[in-house]
Design a protein around this ligand. Structure first.
Ligand code: PAF
Length: 296
């Protein structure tokens, strides 16, 4: 009875969409003054069930949930898919509403980056140089900068990120610690399609054949986890197991299959002895997909 009433309220609730920092602050300030907790879910839009699980987790844990929808130019390299990145604000608003979010913040690039002379936030060291950092050297500086801006605009109690972007999570955890951001960073498990494919906005780039082929990623990680649980702790052997399975799929083109220690992505010796991240990036046609599992 109580649950259906809650559902009814949710169904009639309209999401508020704001575009300016000033307007968002004016909405949030009195709510915070009333002692309400605020969850922030930063996204680049093209929202899918993976985002919905971040939003609904935030809605359960906070009084107010703010979802930012902003395709952040500074985290895309010159030859990357910034222009092609899907922009679907109308359907995003529906996803936010159905998942229990309250406010969508959808600023323009000019609103977030008013001047070309600007302040960067950059996390240095191995953490941003390995894995995706090797081929996307400016990516994490763009992520850290825009997420810092969002943290400062919203002042969230909690912020939500998906485990699929495992390196991003490690970088942002370090940033929160180093810059003393007063918030809790929450990590939500990878949301997968029935086939095992990790949900991603970039999956929409895949044609049917590539999408079927990409299932090999989660299958290979599952096999590695099985081997690890059966006692295989050898880093190179686990990486080779994943690589060999993926290479059997003719449409795949491996960028990396790597394993690093957690937290902080430190180099491992021969064996996995503590929680470690087994992560991969693989192209199918023009689409670059990432996936990972934690070995612990
Ligand atoms: O994970 C993403 O979608 C983006 O990197 C983020 C965190 C929204 C920053 O633009």
């Amino acid at each position: 009875m109580y649950k259906s009433l809650e559902k009814l309220i949710r169904e009639i609730k309209m999401v508020q969409c704001v575009h300016s920092v000033k307007e968002l602050r004016e909405i949030i300030k009195p709510l915070k003054a009333q002692g309400k907790t605020v969850g922030l879910v930063p996204t680049m839009g093209a929202l899918h069930q993976g985002h919905a699980s971040l939003i609904s987790t935030s809605a359960k844990e906070n009084d107010i949930t703010v979802v930012s929808v902003f395709v952040n130019p500074t985290q895309f390299g010159p030859s990357e898919d910034f222009d092609a990145y899907p922009r679907t604000l109308d359907s995003d608003l529906k996803v936010v509403e159905n998942a229990g979010g309250d406010i969508v913040f959808a600023p323009s690039p000019k609103e977030m980056y008013p001047s070309e002379d600007m302040t960067w936030v950059e996390v240095t060291g191995n953490i941003t140089k390995v894995l995706c950092g090797k081929t996307r050297p400016i990516h994490f500086r763009g992520v850290a900068t825009v997420v810092s801006k969002l943290f400062n605009i919203v002042g969230p109690t909690r912020a939500y990120f998906g485990q699929k972007d495992a390196q991003q999570v490690e970088v942002l955890k370090r940033m929160v610690k180093d810059l003393f951001f007063d918030l809790e960073l929450r990590v939500v498990p990878i949301n997968r399609e029935d086939s095992g494919l990790a949900r991603s906005s970039r999956n929409t780039y895949l044609n049917a054949e590539e999408k079927a082929a990409a299932v090999v990623l989660s299958k290979s990680l599952k096999e590695a986890l099985k081997a690890f649980k059966a006692g295989n702790k050898d880093v190179e052997a686990l990486k080779a197991l994943v690589t060999d399975i993926i290479k059997k799929e003719p449409l795949s083109d491996i960028e990396y299959v790597e394993c690093y220690g957690l937290p902080g992505l430190y180099e491992l010796d021969k064996e996995v002895k503590a929680p470690s991240l087994l992560a991969l990036a693989v192209r199918f046609g023009k689409t670059r997909l990432i996936d990972n599992i934690i070995l612990e």
